[in-house]
Design a protein around this ligand. Structure first.
Ligand SMILES: NC(=O)c1ccc[n+]([C@@H]2O[C@H](COP(=O)([O-])OP(=O)(O)OC[C@H]3O[C@@H](n4cnc5c(N)ncnc54)[C@H](O)[C@@H]3O)[C@@H](O)[C@H]2O)c1
Length: 349
């Protein structure tokens, strides 16, 4: 896999980051630290800023629970402007996916683009959301409608942050971990299968193994297909078309991670019905690593489900578009799957 254009550092207790990218970090006239409330006081963050960065750092925040709104982003840009931030300034975004998505988006906009550093502090952030430069806010209740591809100069995944995560927030990453095990190469799958239970239980070595393997894999994919143009980055959306539909239909009863788990199972069902999935039990073994919360009845309604699938922004001009699995590690995009197949797979979940 090609090396990414941005620097990625993964570890536990990484400490002072000023030496990781001295050109960019040293040249910044001011540094805006946009931190999630839960991560702002973490010792790992204090250690990262170290003596050479700390004197230039000024702290900013996004409104908790409303980070991914245009209002939050323009509010942050106004605060930066009032505080005298310039084109030579730098943003460090430290938090879950909500903070890295929104602060990264502000970095793409402020004075036509600032350098930024992504410091994901949740498990989902460190294996997925904080990596790869997709930044966005939500609009009219729909996710990620306004956004930009804006690569951070540096991404730092320090698993020391994960010690304070609530178990439910940790579990929210289960769907993405299983997705990587299904779509990634054999060594990634093996690492996840070995470390999955320990990571879900919060064991530090297993968390580090999962974060390192997934972050490096995603960074490699984004290095080859930064703007989702060649089809490789699209494979990272495996399970998400149905997963997003389940999330919306459940009206908040199914957290995102659980919705993705059901989306993966649904994609496997469709792959079987389209006779794409080979006969080996490998894929089902991977999804069997965890039992998701029950799928609410509201998610099984065929009309609502088909409407959402047909509204998916990745389908382009087609009726629908799904990523199907031939075998673990081998994903195939398929357009215009017959409605009867989609409904039969829904029925069987
Ligand atoms: N850009 C991408 O490629 C991408 C990919 C996947 C998801 N996302 C986005 O990521 C977001 C979800 O991210 P998330 O799951 O990290 O949720 P989140 O950002 O909402 O954070 C979840 C909770 O964890 C808390 N938290 C953060 N760091 C903590 C820490 N170290 N200790 C204790 N608590 C901590 C937060 O305060 C919050 O309450 C969604 O908005 C989604 O759209 C983006």
């Amino acid at each position: 896999m090609r090396r990414p254009s941005f620097r990625l550092a993964c570890g536990r207790d990484i400490g002072d980051i000023s030496g990781l990218l001295p050109g960019v970090l040293g040249a910044a006239d001011r540094i805006a630290l946009v931190a999630d409330r839960a991560a702002a006081g973490a010792p790992a963050l204090k250690k990262m800023l170290g003596p050479s960065l700390a004197p230039r750092v000024r702290r900013f925040s996004l409104p908790a629970g409303r980070e991914k709104t245009l209002g939050a982003v323009t509010g942050l840009c106004s605060d930066l402007f009032k505080a005298g931030f310039s084109r030579q300034s730098l943003i460090i975004a430290a938090g879950g996916g909500a903070v890295t998505d929104a602060a990264g988006f502000a970095a793409s906009l402020y004075m036509r683009g600032l350098n930024w550093v992504s410091v994901p502090t949740t498990l989902l952030g460190q294996i997925d959301a904080g990596i790869g430069g997709k930044t966005a806010v939500d609009l009219l209740g729909t996710k990620n409608i306004i956004g930009a591809f804006h690569q951070p100069a540096l991404t730092v995944c320090d698993t020391a942050f994960l010690a304070t995560l609530k178990p439910a927030v940790r579990r929210a990453a289960a769907g993405e971990l299983i997705k990587y095990a299904l779509i990634g190469p054999g060594d990634l799958r093996l690492t996840i299968m070995r470390s999955f239970d320990g990571a879900m239980a919060g064991r530090p070595d297993d968390l580090l193994a999962c974060v390192r393997a997934c972050a490096e894999y995603k960074a490699g994919v984004c290095a080859v297909d930064e703007r989702e143009e060649t089809g490789l980055r699209e494979t990272l959306n495996f399970g998400h078309t149905a997963g997003h539909a389940f999330e919306v239909l459940s009206r908040g009863r199914l957290p995102h991670g659980e919705a993705v788990l059901w989306g993966l199972r649904y994609a496997l069902k469709v792959s079987e019905k389209m006779r794409v999935l080979d006969n080996t039990p490998g894929a089902w073994k991977v999804t069997g690593m965890i039992d998701p919360l029950p799928l609410p009845a509201a998610c099984r309604g065929p009309k609502g489900f088909l409407k959402l699938v047909r509204a998916d922004k990745k389908r382009g001009g087609r009726d629908n578009r799904f990523l199907l699995l031939r075998s673990p590690g081998d994903v195939e995009p398929t357009d215009n799957i017959p409605e009867k197949v989609l409904l039969a797979a829904l029925e069987e979940l």
